[in-house]
Structures are given as C-alpha cells and as structure tokens.
Design a protein around this ligand. Sequence first.
Ligand code: HEC
Length: 291
Amino acid sequence: MAQSTPAQAAPVITPNQLVVLLIVVALIVAVACLMMATTLLYLVRQKKAETAVAAEGATSEVARVSEGIFSWKKINQVLTRSVPVAQEADIDLGHDFDGIRELDNRLPPWWLWGFYFTIVFSVVYMYYFHIGSDWSQDKQWAEEVETANAQVAEFMKTKAEKVDETNVVMADATGIAAGKEIYTTNCVACHGANGEGGVGPNLTDEYWLHGGSLSDVFKLVKVGVPEKGMISWSSTLRPAEIQNVSSFILTLQGTNPANGKAPQGEKYTPEAAPAAPADTTAATDGKVALN
Ligand code: HEC
C-alpha cells in the first residue's frame, strides 16, 4: 500500500538535497557569468579588430582575432545568437538616443534557458510542496516548535541538576510527591515512616540539629553527617531529587506523628515574611522559597 500515514515526517528538503540544489544553482550562476564575460571579451576584441581595420586597413587583424577565438565565437553564437556588428543595420529600429541605437536583438538563448528553467522549477516546486506532499508551513512550524520544546525540556533538566543549597526552592506538588517516594525508599529506616525519628532525629518538629530551612536541610542531606550515621546522599540522589526529598521533609512540619522522638537541637523559626532577597542569583523560577 502506497498510502502515507499522517504520522510520517513531512518531506522537507534534507540537508543533502539542499547541498545538491545549492551546487546546481552555483553551477548555473557560474556558467552564466562565464558566458557573459566571454561575450564581453569577444565583443571587445572584435571591436578592437574593427578599429584596427578602419585605421590601417589591416584585414589580417580581423582574421587573426576571429581565428583565435573561433571556438568561443561558435559557443558564443549558440548562447547569444548575437548579430555581427556588420549586420547590425538590419536590426536597427531607427531609435537613436544620443548615439545609442536601439537594436531588435533576439533574447539571448542562455537567458531564455534560465527563464525556461525557472518555469519548470516552479512547476516541480508547486507540485512537490503544494500537491504531491502533505508538507505545509504550519506543519513545519509545529515540528520546529516541538523540537525547540524538547530542547527547552532538555535544558531545564540540566538546570535541575544545578540545584544546590544556595538556590534551592520548594519543589512543586509533583516534586514533593516524588520526594515522598525517595523518602520511603531511603530514609524511613532511620527517620521513621512518618518522619517521627528513630536512629535519626524527628523531622516533624521545629527542633533541628543542623537548621530547619530548606537550604539547611538540602545541604545536610547532600553532605550528611557521616560520623553520626547520616550518610551523604549526593552520590545516590541527583540534586533535583535531594531538592524533592528536602521539600517533602519540610511538609512534615507540625504533623506530630505517634511515637515522635523527643526534640533534638535548636528550635528553628522561619524568618517571618522574608523580604525579597537582594541577591537575585538564587534561581527561584517564580516559586516561593520557604527558607
Ligand atoms: C542510616 C540511618 C539514616 C538514614 C538512612 C538517613 N538518615 Fe538522616 N539522619 C541520621 C542521623 C543519625 C542523623 C542525625 C545526625 C546528627 O546527629 O548530626 C540524621 C539527620 C538528618 C537530618 C538533619 C535533622 C536535624 O535535626 O538537623 C536530615 C534533614 C536528614 N537526616 C534527612 C535524611 C534524608 C532525606 C534521608 C534519606 C534520603 C536520610 N536522612 C536517611 C540517620 C539517617
């Protein structure tokens, strides 16, 4: 079945085809330039020879010039169908503008071929882009937007990897849910299923050994307190994951689970209504930092 599915990629010109196209165009331009230069050269030499004839009656000069560029002359004739200067009177339209006479020359074949080529090209182009394929500007645009969005997503991912205690912000709901998963997998053994504490301290109260801001928690989870049994999680969890689990821990504040371990450390009071930080290097992403 030659039926094409809509999911098929639009037949946009591939880079390879583009290269071929450019080479063809370059060749055509080069040939056209060469022909024009040759024609000009030929005309100049012819004119020179004629002047020489007029001045000295040296007919041999005309013969020499004609001989020397005989093949060019032929090619030139094919390409331009120019009328020899001697016969110009036949095609003179009788319009004389300050000594510049208007001749009824034929359109030069090299030019006509170029013109025909554009007509053929336009037909092929019309068919290819508007009839034969389902290519459309809108479609190409949509595809490019899709690619760009993928790149943005990719970039945002690497950006998430750059989270650290200086710029960490509270994760969003999805992040907190992911943080809960991480907590359940890695932290319950020491901190209790609900953060009530065990080997490790109670994470639900206002008392902290190492500070209760998001940035404190992030940093502690990252570097750990190995000598006290809290390992550094930086080799196990990616920065974004540490951000998620730290955010989740802060949501446990004040949940007062059963069997809560006695408070340890100092009471942490979040600064009331923290003023917008003067240091704007912190990436807030428009989210509100709880630290
Ligand atoms: C092997 C046991 C163990 C595991 C597993 C563990 N912790 Fe800890 N955690 C501790 C201990 C012990 C401390 C207390 C360190 C100290 O006394 O300085 C602690 C302290 C902390 C603190 C600081 C509490 C405070 O009062 O300042 C945080 C936050 C914390 N852990 C988070 C985590 C997270 C998140 C995980 C899982 C990714 C985790 N912990 C897994 C044992 C553990």
